[in-house]
Write a protein that binds this ligand. Sequence first.
Ligand code: THU
Length: 147
Amino acid sequence: DINELSPDEQKLIEISKEAIKNSYSPYSNFKVGAAVLLDNGEIIRGSNQENAAYPSGLCAERVALFYANANYPENKVIAIAITAANDKGILQFPIAPCGSCRQVMLETEQRFNKSIRTFLMGNDKIYRIDSVEQLLPLHFNRNFLSL
Ligand code: THU
């Protein structure tokens, strides 16, 4: 429940809701917002950005994380909150990030060697997950490349 979260966590979720407003999703009409908290206190917003050439679009999570890593490469990602809405409003059940976003979230977690607390927002319940590793078991990562 939202009331079980700290004020800072509630704020991050609130910002992910606000980020939905900048979703560009005329093809799916499915709006997603993401808020990424950095270790300098900065909060980066992302929303899904679609394209007439469908695969050229990008999910909210990756828009936010790539922006964060491109502009604040030294700052660890501490947390991410994700909210989604369809024509009826914010989803009842927590949004489930797609596999590609989980992979990118995992890379960010391992790159900074810092677990990313993940909030998956739904109106009925919110999932709080302590690390992305839990969202993507048996993942492919840099170890397979012997780097
Ligand atoms: N989408 C996201 O932005 N994040 C998710 O976690 C799930 C899906 C977007 C991609 C596309 O613009 C629309 O939602 C429908 O798939």
